[in-house]
Design a binder for this molecule. Sequence first.
Ligand SMILES: [Zn+2]
Length: 734
Amino acid sequence: MRVNFQKGEVGTLSGNAWFERVMRWGQVNLKEDDPQTLDVDFWVHYWQRAKVQGVTINAGVGVAYYPTQIPFHRRAKFLGDRDVFGELVEAARKIGLYVLARLDPNWGHEELYKVHPDWFLTDAEGKPRQRGQAVPTASEPQFLSATPFAQHDVLYSTCWNSPLHREFVPAVMTEIMERYDVDGFFTNGWPPINWHPPDLTMVCYCPHCQEKWRNRGHNRYPDKPDPSDPLWRDFVLFVQESVEEVQALWRDHTKRLKPDAIFVWNSHGSLSTGLRWERFIQLADLLNDDSQGRRVGEPLWVSGRCGKVMMAVSEKKPVLRIVGVWQVGEPPMRHTAKPDAELRLFFAEAIANGQRAWWHVLGAELYDRRWLDTIADYFNWLAEIEPYLQNVESLADVAIVWSPQTFWLSSWTQMNPSPMEAFNGWYQALLEGRIPFDLLPEWKLTTDVVNRYRVLILPSQTCLREESIQVLTKFVANGGGLVGCFEAGTKDLWGELHSGEVWSRLFGVRRVSEPPPRLRHCYMRIESNECEHPILSGFGDTNVLPGASYLSRVEALERTQTLLTFIPTYPVHPPEKVYPDPKRTDVPLVFYREQNGRTVYFAMDIDAAFWRSRLPDHKRLLLNALNWVRKNEPLPVTVKGPGLLDVTVWRQVNSLTVHLVNLTTPNLFGGPVTEIVPVGEQRIRLRLPEGTSAVKVRSLRTGSEIQAIAQDGELLFTVPQVVDHEIVAVDIRT
Ligand SMILES: [Zn+2]
């Protein structure tokens, strides 16, 4: 079968560059021993069968998969006389695929270390420091296979301030571009702060780092990650600026070698990313999101969360999601295929949240072939429906405000509750509430951007700069809705408390002291005159609701009203002692205010508590508050029916799409999913954007037309069943 997309063809996106039109990638990540068995024809056939449009092929730096002439550029151990990179590039080119040459600048072998010890991360004693992928994962020699093939070499981590990054990598790029017809480069594991903020393992005593650090006016490195210490803050900036320099250098070098070639780094939809995305994104053509699978204990929707992170930072540049066909976990099983259901749903979450698809298999020599049919089938579907995946914008009108620095602080010093619990609590609540939502990075909190939303959410602990709080205060004054929990917005990006007044204006409450230590068995009392309030709707026959674990000590300002009162911790056993004393206090827990817009502030970490215990009362409180601040305005799309669905809604140039990903599975919180559990009829109301009318409604999963009723600017229709991933496409006329 021919690929249905040829080089040079004009796509339907507004962008004209080739990389904006490519929707599907594949990656066979070569092992060093693959040159012994590589069957190029097999992969050519599979690329065609899976309808990929671009491939990433291992080229060099860590090891070379071609006969390089650069001194100390070590060839793959079993390369022999072959040029496997060249063979694969030529084969891919013949069938019209785009090719990225994969480089790995993160590590080197001992022979390189011996000639250039200054190219490697160095500790205070002058010894090489192994971090990241250079840390051996099979450290007990007795368990290593006795065959020489399986003996792994000692690897050393390279330093981004050294000539390796600044001279050796560009030289390899030049050699590759001169010899092979490739469209750009992809660097594995680069930059080192794509997942995490800088940490102490990035302190380097190589001569290049030491000189640069001294030039910043310092005579010593920080000895702990202390966000209140100016030395640590400057170290963070030092790492960020260093990787930005390298990034710019590699990108510029690529463009000099071939003007329409691209340089693609290895990004990740991480909430705690250490990148200054607002700067880094300027250095991007095409992005990837290397969130290949879920780690132990991660929910299935972590794939969608990574998607939302990347869409929030991407500035509409295309984002490819790399999904490993192998099993991520502890330990990762690199050569065991994900079950069909997990692979489909993990991809579905990425696609439903705005990304494009890139599969990744480890090794050209296949020990496990069970993924081949799943990927071919799924990618053929993606090819068929391609125009409906070329999103122009998300139509969600709710957003969770996300500040990566909150997660940095939590990685450097303990934060209670953890921001991840709070964030995930909101995420799970919104999913269960079937509310489409975006993430809104704190650096984008400007009046123009926030005014696109009806409701913004500040999870417990969210740290914000003072200007952002002013923007949010104005957002509410202009009619927007805001919900926040425990200490949200009280601190700046380095964890310093804002002046009382700035924060007080946001929620109409005054912070009176530091929160007390963790609480245990406590409650929230519903007073009899409160049960009619919409924020407490649906609680029915109870006087108490479960408390959370952390309490902000705040009091209401004028015009702020309150609900629920605190019942302090009391014993859980012995049963004789299980009674509150006192039975009630006058400490309020919910603060709400109605001006032009509405705000709700929960003085407890209701969001984190929901994540820890997943009690429905906490979810109901969060969703009631959200509904109250949005003044019961209908959502862009409402979907009613059984099951847990991730609902997203997008606009393309001439259509709208509603994605329904079926997350109904006993393996939601611990994978892999082994069985798809179809859910029944879903009744959908879709609001049509102003000035548009619907021409045709269709299920992209079954291909069949859906009968819809147009009524008051909305479209009403029913989807009889959702198996794994349903996409309803509505062709529109403007
Ligand atoms: Zn260094």
